[in-house]
Design a protein around this ligand. Structure first.
Ligand SMILES: [Zn+2]
Length: 264
């Protein structure tokens, strides 16, 4: 079951071609979603503060400078999104690791879809490890730093590893209370521009932090009507644009999921 979930999470791809067509009329649904099953579950209020460690990577051989929207996205907009979407029950406090104020860590190769790849993750973490003391981010003192590995570049995809799975483990040179600190990459994201990148992150975090299943992704071409399309970040990452066609933020998580979490 866990493998299946991982597999479906990995196939979250949206092509540039689809973006050219307008968004709100693309509705495909996930036939495996069973709302009644979820609603019969025990509703427990999920309330937590997440101190997420994020490492930002860039493609090789470019002079890529982080865009103006990057810092505000992590410092302001993502915390705001999570607070609003969860009625202030999820407090998101990211620590973003980057090469310097305006540069990401450089990768060895342009990643293929679905994951950044072991070679890139190893290289980036090695580079970071030379100057970063990862022990500072082992807040629960278990010797493991959970990490969100992310990049900006061509492609829109992400992957979330749930149930203790991770895509890569790196042993740092930093001493913790029980030996060297390990870094585990347990979710990854990549986006081509702010709007898509923002959507991918809240979608994958929906899997990772809340255990939400996919509702519908482009390319899952079934035609039942359980999904919520643009009304739900687990269905369609882009949500709505205002009447000036300006994107503000992705849609929140759907009411069924929010109710299960006790947020509404
Ligand atoms: Zn997904």
């Amino acid at each position: 079951m866990k493998k299946l979930k991982l597999f479906s999470a990995m196939f979250f791809i949206i092509s540039a071609q689809l973006f050219a067509q307008g968004f709100s009329d693309i509705v495909h649904v996930n036939p495996n979603y069973q709302p009644a099953k979820n609603l019969n579950g025990v509703m427990t209020l999920t309330q937590e503060t997440i101190k997420e460690v994020v490492i930002i990577a860039m493609d090789p051989g470019s002079s890529f400078v982080l865009p103006d929207w990057f810092d505000p996205l992590f410092e302001l907009h993502l915390p705001q999104y999570f607070s609003q979407s969860t009625h202030a029950n999820f407090i998101y406090q990211p620590t973003v690791l980057k090469r310097d104020a305006t540069h990401a860590y450089e990768m060895l190769t342009v990643p293929s879809q679905h994951s950044h790849g072991t070679n890139n993750m190893q290289y980036v973490l090695q580079t970071a490890d030379a100057t970063v003391n990862f022990a500072l981010y082992d807040w629960n003192n278990d010797g493991i730093v959970e990490l969100h590995f992310t990049s900006i570049g061509p492609g829109n995809w992400g992957v979330a590893y749930v149930g203790g799975w991770y895509s890569y483990e790196y042993i740092t040179n930093d001493q913790g209370s029980n030996g060297l600190i390990k870094v585990r990459v347990n979710h990854e994201s990549r986006g081509i521009n702010r709007d898509n990148y923002y959507g991918v992150i809240v979608h994958e975090d929906g899997h990772f932090y809340f255990g939400f299943d996919d509702q519908e992704h482009e390319y899952l071409t079934t035609f039942n009507h359980w999904g919520l399309g643009s009304f739900d970040a687990m269905s369609h990452i882009l949500g709505f644009y205002d009447d000036q066609r300006v994107f503000t933020q992705p849609s929140p998580y759907n009411p069924t999921y929010s109710a299960v979490k006790g947020w509404i």
